[in-house]
Design a protein around this ligand. Structure first.
Ligand SMILES: [Zn+2]
Length: 166
Protein backbone atom coordinates (compact mmCIF):
# COMPACT_ATOMS: atom_id res chain seq x y z
CA UNK A 1 0.00 0.00 0.00
CA UNK A 2 2.89 2.33 0.77
CA UNK A 3 4.71 1.32 -2.40
CA UNK A 4 3.69 4.24 -4.68
CA UNK A 5 4.75 6.82 -2.07
CA UNK A 6 8.07 5.07 -1.54
CA UNK A 7 8.96 4.79 -5.21
CA UNK A 8 8.06 8.45 -5.72
CA UNK A 9 10.13 9.33 -2.67
CA UNK A 10 13.15 7.48 -4.07
CA UNK A 11 12.86 9.42 -7.31
CA UNK A 12 12.52 12.82 -5.66
CA UNK A 13 15.33 11.93 -3.28
CA UNK A 14 17.56 11.28 -6.28
CA UNK A 15 16.54 14.62 -7.86
CA UNK A 16 17.29 16.40 -4.57
CA UNK A 17 20.69 14.67 -4.21
CA UNK A 18 21.62 15.76 -7.75
CA UNK A 19 20.47 19.29 -7.00
CA UNK A 20 22.45 19.54 -3.74
CA UNK A 21 25.55 18.17 -5.45
CA UNK A 22 25.22 20.60 -8.33
CA UNK A 23 24.80 23.52 -5.91
CA UNK A 24 27.65 22.19 -3.74
CA UNK A 25 25.37 22.02 -0.70
CA UNK A 26 25.51 19.51 2.14
CA UNK A 27 23.32 16.42 2.05
CA UNK A 28 22.15 16.58 5.66
CA UNK A 29 19.71 14.02 7.13
CA UNK A 30 17.40 16.90 8.16
CA UNK A 31 16.95 17.98 4.56
CA UNK A 32 15.90 14.47 3.51
CA UNK A 33 13.63 14.05 6.54
CA UNK A 34 11.82 17.24 5.48
CA UNK A 35 11.53 16.03 1.88
CA UNK A 36 10.15 12.71 3.07
CA UNK A 37 7.60 14.38 5.35
CA UNK A 38 6.39 16.58 2.50
CA UNK A 39 6.01 13.65 0.11
CA UNK A 40 4.00 11.68 2.65
CA UNK A 41 1.56 14.59 2.96
CA UNK A 42 -1.34 14.84 0.53
CA UNK A 43 -2.52 18.35 1.12
CA UNK A 44 -1.37 21.95 1.19
CA UNK A 45 0.61 23.03 4.23
CA UNK A 46 2.35 26.04 5.72
CA UNK A 47 5.69 26.07 7.54
CA UNK A 48 4.08 25.98 10.98
CA UNK A 49 1.96 22.93 10.26
CA UNK A 50 4.96 21.14 8.74
CA UNK A 51 7.01 22.03 11.81
CA UNK A 52 4.33 20.63 14.13
CA UNK A 53 3.80 17.56 11.99
CA UNK A 54 7.51 16.72 12.18
CA UNK A 55 7.55 17.41 15.92
CA UNK A 56 4.62 14.99 16.37
CA UNK A 57 6.58 12.38 14.45
CA UNK A 58 9.43 12.90 16.90
CA UNK A 59 11.64 14.57 14.31
CA UNK A 60 12.74 17.92 15.64
CA UNK A 61 14.16 20.36 13.11
CA UNK A 62 14.61 24.06 13.73
CA UNK A 63 12.40 26.54 11.95
CA UNK A 64 15.54 28.03 10.40
CA UNK A 65 16.41 24.67 8.85
CA UNK A 66 12.84 24.28 7.70
CA UNK A 67 12.79 27.69 5.98
CA UNK A 68 16.20 27.12 4.47
CA UNK A 69 15.29 23.66 3.14
CA UNK A 70 11.97 24.90 1.72
CA UNK A 71 13.92 27.46 -0.33
CA UNK A 72 16.07 24.65 -1.75
CA UNK A 73 13.04 22.47 -2.48
CA UNK A 74 11.34 25.37 -4.25
CA UNK A 75 14.46 26.10 -6.25
CA UNK A 76 14.85 22.44 -7.26
CA UNK A 77 11.19 22.36 -8.39
CA UNK A 78 10.15 19.62 -5.95
CA UNK A 79 7.79 21.90 -4.07
CA UNK A 80 5.58 24.77 -5.22
CA UNK A 81 4.50 27.74 -3.19
CA UNK A 82 1.04 29.31 -3.36
CA UNK A 83 0.10 32.72 -2.11
CA UNK A 84 -3.46 32.22 -0.88
CA UNK A 85 -4.66 35.58 0.41
CA UNK A 86 -2.48 38.23 2.02
CA UNK A 87 -0.35 36.46 4.61
CA UNK A 88 -1.07 32.92 3.67
CA UNK A 89 1.79 31.08 2.00
CA UNK A 90 0.97 27.45 1.39
CA UNK A 91 3.17 24.80 -0.11
CA UNK A 92 2.63 21.47 -1.79
CA UNK A 93 4.71 18.76 -3.40
CA UNK A 94 4.96 19.09 -7.15
CA UNK A 95 6.73 16.06 -8.58
CA UNK A 96 4.36 13.84 -10.62
CA UNK A 97 1.50 15.79 -9.13
CA UNK A 98 -1.25 16.59 -11.60
CA UNK A 99 -1.44 20.17 -12.85
CA UNK A 100 -4.23 21.96 -11.02
CA UNK A 101 -5.50 25.30 -9.81
CA UNK A 102 -7.31 26.36 -6.66
CA UNK A 103 -10.48 27.77 -5.23
CA UNK A 104 -10.31 29.28 -1.72
CA UNK A 105 -13.40 29.61 0.42
CA UNK A 106 -12.92 33.00 2.12
CA UNK A 107 -15.27 32.05 4.97
CA UNK A 108 -13.37 29.04 6.27
CA UNK A 109 -10.16 28.97 4.15
CA UNK A 110 -11.04 25.61 2.60
CA UNK A 111 -8.86 24.93 -0.45
CA UNK A 112 -10.48 23.12 -3.37
CA UNK A 113 -8.48 21.90 -6.36
CA UNK A 114 -9.67 21.77 -9.93
CA UNK A 115 -8.18 20.77 -13.24
CA UNK A 116 -9.49 22.39 -16.40
CA UNK A 117 -7.86 21.74 -19.81
CA UNK A 118 -9.07 25.13 -21.07
CA UNK A 119 -6.32 26.77 -18.99
CA UNK A 120 -3.74 24.94 -21.11
CA UNK A 121 -5.47 26.32 -24.22
CA UNK A 122 -5.23 29.88 -22.86
CA UNK A 123 -1.55 29.25 -22.09
CA UNK A 124 -0.90 28.10 -25.67
CA UNK A 125 -2.62 31.11 -27.19
CA UNK A 126 -0.70 33.54 -24.94
CA UNK A 127 2.55 31.84 -25.98
CA UNK A 128 1.66 32.27 -29.65
CA UNK A 129 0.44 35.82 -29.24
CA UNK A 130 3.56 37.06 -27.42
CA UNK A 131 6.11 34.62 -28.82
CA UNK A 132 7.03 33.46 -25.31
CA UNK A 133 7.37 30.20 -23.46
CA UNK A 134 5.30 29.97 -20.29
CA UNK A 135 7.13 28.06 -17.57
CA UNK A 136 4.46 28.16 -14.84
CA UNK A 137 1.33 29.96 -13.79
CA UNK A 138 -0.64 30.86 -10.74
CA UNK A 139 -4.44 30.96 -10.69
CA UNK A 140 -6.61 31.10 -7.60
CA UNK A 141 -10.33 31.82 -7.38
CA UNK A 142 -11.78 33.19 -4.15
CA UNK A 143 -15.38 33.02 -3.03
CA UNK A 144 -17.88 31.44 -0.72
CA UNK A 145 -20.42 28.64 -0.73
CA UNK A 146 -23.72 29.54 -2.28
CA UNK A 147 -26.76 29.74 -0.06
CA UNK A 148 -28.88 26.63 -0.69
CA UNK A 149 -31.43 27.07 -3.44
CA UNK A 150 -34.32 26.37 -1.02
CA UNK A 151 -33.35 29.36 1.08
CA UNK A 152 -33.01 31.45 -2.05
CA UNK A 153 -36.54 30.49 -3.10
CA UNK A 154 -37.85 31.41 0.35
CA UNK A 155 -36.10 34.74 0.09
CA UNK A 156 -37.62 35.58 -3.28
CA UNK A 157 -41.03 34.54 -1.95
CA UNK A 158 -40.55 36.91 0.97
CA UNK A 159 -39.69 39.73 -1.39
CA UNK A 160 -42.77 38.95 -3.51
CA UNK A 161 -45.12 38.81 -0.53
CA UNK A 162 -43.75 42.02 0.97
CA UNK A 163 -44.23 43.69 -2.38
CA UNK A 164 -47.83 42.47 -2.46
CA UNK A 165 -48.47 43.90 0.98
CA UNK A 166 -47.35 47.41 0.09
ZN1 LIG B 1 -3.04 22.24 -4.83
Amino acid sequence: MKEPIDSTYLTVKKIFIDYLQQMKLRKTPERFAILREIYSTNSHFDIDSLYNQMKNNKYLVSRATLYNTMELLLDSGLVIKHQFGHNCSQYEKSYKFRQHDHFIDVEDNTVLEFCDPRILEIQKSIEEQFGVEITHHSLTFYGRKKVESEKLKDKSRDVDSSRLNT
